[in-house]
Design a protein around this ligand. Structure first.
Ligand code: LMR
Length: 397
């Protein structure tokens, strides 16, 4: 008897699978606009200098490889809390917020999903349509009922009115997942005024917000990108935030992230945190240490922090330049207006508006790789080859 006989093969992950397909493509002209990693002018995903310097320090200063706690590295937790909520946040003084370190932002989402299904059973979760595909599966896998609110209209434009109308219909008590900035996959972010309106619906409908904050510093800057998170934290008694250090510290493979809980008071925070430690114990026991130690070293040292911030600023500026450059390169093909939204979007991604068929043709005919939904990782563009890409796009439009 074969025990594995009933096991069927499932398709590979569409985003990670693109990395493999790209690596296997022998074309020297290939272009990887798939998975969300930053690339420099040479097409490399570099280790940040601040990270290298922190690692050099850790090499000599680290004294143990014993387990961290269920909530991870305490220094990392405190410093990340300040980065996300702001040093002067009253939540810190009131001890109303706490960090649980997780393996990447994905781990934070997974822990959130388990927390909701164990501790708040029966709550549905509402995701933007579209959203990061793993949002869809992670909450469904944990047994939550997943619903959607519209985000982008058929014209590939942000549709806040439709979003607000849908949120008005969400059952009281349900969870609504919002992207703090650099919306994945569209790149369309809410304005401050839009956020205030969302806050009012969330408050009126007594919804529990979960803000996914995977790109702090990649949109308009570390502080600006945290604006909505801080607004919600100031205005609401309870909030869940998933934070990632993959992109802003370039620590992708170190799996460094956190679930931040804001509770009405310290005592309730401790209740929630006791559950999170218990749930995490059954998922990964204690989180991986290295990335968190790097982040804590950088954020805890004025010189390293300055170095890191200026590297992050350069990355963000480069992505913004690439956005403008691509729209400009599309001008000679009469496509600048059609793709003008690329310059207005923020973060790594652009929902280009290209159809799955056009994406397939770009890949087959020009070795340009992007996600089938038409999502392009702008941070993967090559400044010297924007004309080439524009010509490839023109051929399929
Ligand atoms: C992406 O959306 O490309 C990134 O967040 C990487 C991933 O894990 O999918």
């Amino acid at each position: 008897m074969s025990h594995f006989q009933p096991v069927a093969r499932v398709p590979g992950d569409p985003i990670l699978g693109l990395m493999d397909a790209y690596r296997a493509d022998p074309s020297p002209a290939k272009l990887d606009l798939g998975v969300g990693v930053y690339k420099d002018a040479q097409g490399r995903t570099p280790i940040m200098q601040a990270v290298k310097h922190a690692e050099q320090r850790l090499l000599t200063s680290e004294t143990t490889k014993s387990y961290t706690s269920g909530h991870g590295d305490a220094a990392f937790g405190d410093l990340l809390l300040q980065l996300v909520l702001g040093q002067d946040s009253p939540l810190l003084a009131g001890q109303r917020a706490g960090t649980t370190q997780t393996p990447g932002g994905t781990g934070a989402l997974r822990l959130t999903a388990d927390f909701l299904s164990h501790c708040l059973p029966g709550r549905g979760i509402w995701l933007s349509d579209p959203t990061w595909p793993i949002h869809e599966t992670i909450f469904a896998e944990a047994g939550l009922k997943v619903g959607h609110y519209p985000y982008v209209g058929a014209d590939n434009r942000l549709d806040v009115a439709a979003m607000l109308a849908a949120l008005e219909q969400v059952p009281s008590g349900d969870v609504v997942l919002l992207h703090a900035c650099c919306h994945n996959p569209t790149g369309f972010d809410l304005s401050h005024d839009d956020w205030r309106q969302v806050l009012e619906v969330v408050r009126r409908r007594e919804l529990l917000p979960l803000i996914d904050f995977a790109y702090q510093g990649f949109g308009d800057g570390l502080e600006d990108d945290a604006w909505a998170v801080r607004l919600f934290a100031a205005e609401l008694p309870e909030l869940l935030i998933t934070s990632s250090c993959s992109k802003n510290f370039g620590l992708y493979r170190e799996r460094t992230g956190a679930l931040i809980v804001c509770a009405a008071d310290h005592d309730k925070l401790l209740d929630v945190r006791s559950q999170l430690a218990s749930l995490a114990r059954n998922l990964w026991s204690t989180p991986p240490a290295h990335g968190a130690a790097v982040v804590a070293t950088i954020l805890g040292d004025a010189a390293l922090r300055t170095e890191w911030q200026s590297e992050l600023d350069l990355m963000r500026d480069r992505v913004l330049r690439l956005r403008l450059g691509l729209v400009e390169a599309l001008q000679p093909f009469g496509l600048a207006e059609r793709f003008a939204h690329i310059a207005a979007q923020r973060g790594m991604f652009s929902y280009t508006g290209l159809s799955p068929e056009q994406v397939r043709r770009l890949r087959d005919e020009s070795s340009v790789y992007m996600v089938g939904s038409g999502r392009a990782n702008v941070a993967g563009l090559d400044e010297q080859r924007l004309g080439e890409l524009a010509a490839a796009i023109a051929r399929v439009c």
